[in-house]
Design a protein. Structure first.
Length: 260
């Protein structure tokens, strides 16, 4: 397809599976890593079968723990930073995580997404060597954030490019992972088409742990409603629907095309 066609940016937050900790389920780090790794194995297999690239926002701790799996991801997909660890964050983690990921992946590592999409000083992100960030979800999510006043499309924060998660024009219907698994797929497809038509860009993401059985995870139903094989089937159908509606790209691939 021509480079002027809409860009489809698929991404995964590759991390230790610590989500159950917030709901009172204790988990040792070994279990968090085992379940996160199991999900990543499944995701990489799906992407191989589907033949599409993705950007893997990876914690440095995951990359170190799962070194062979991380190298496999780096061989076919973009690696970006998801911080040093998933549970905590400080500004020093920006440079520290990038250094680990560059060494372990052999890639430049130009992008960052903070865990739980929390705000981070753009000057600090840029100073750590990143060119772009994708940590903003321009919607209202009760109990988490209200970003309705934020731009809905990519914009500059100084010399750092912010690439928000996709949400529809006007109503800002969300398209991030929770919406994708709880909204009817007909509505997800319609919202995706609206973003592609209006913005020339679709930025959607998931976590590898969503693609394993979550029935015993202790997570609330809205977080595990579509999991395991059902999630795999839904993702395959969604990707197949997206074919012909744009070009699949990594974030940095799109960033460089945009800057050209």
């Amino acid at each position: 397809m021509a480079r002027t066609d809409p860009a489809i940016l698929l991404s995964f937050d590759v991390e230790e599976f610590d989500a159950p900790l917030a709901y009172g389920r204790p988990m040792e780090m070994a279990e968090q890593m085992e379940l996160g790794g199991r999900g990543q194995e499944r995701v990489l297999g799906m992407l191989d079968a589907l033949g599409v690239p993705a950007t893997m926002f990876t914690t440095a701790s995951f990359a170190t723990w799962h070194a062979p799996l991380h190298r496999r991801a780096a061989a076919g997909h973009e690696i970006a930073s998801h911080g040093r660890v998933h549970l905590t964050f400080e500004d020093a983690d920006l440079a520290a995580s990038r250094a680990v990921l560059r060494e372990t992946s052999g890639q430049e590592v130009l992008g960052f997404r903070r865990p739980r999409l929390q705000p981070t000083d753009p000057v600090a992100i840029r100073a750590a060597g990143y060119a772009w960030d994708s940590s903003e979800n321009p919607i209202f999510l009760p109990g988490r954030y209200n970003n309705l006043g934020r731009p809905r499309v990519p914009y500059l924060k100084g010399d750092l490019l912010e690439i928000p998660i996709s949400a529809t024009p006007r109503l800002r219907l969300p398209l991030f992972w929770l919406a994708w698994k709880n909204l009817p797929m007909a509505l997800v497809r319609d919202a995706s088409a609206r973003c592609l038509d209006a913005d020339g860009l679709l930025n959607v993401f998931w976590h590898p742990w969503e693609f394993i059985d979550l029935s015993r995870s202790g997570l609330p139903r809205y977080m595990r409603r579509v999991d395991g094989e059902r999630a795999c089937d839904r993702l395959a159908q969604y990707v197949d629907w997206l074919r012909g509606r744009g070009r699949f790209a990594t974030f940095t691939g799109w960033y460089r095309t945009r800057a050209a």
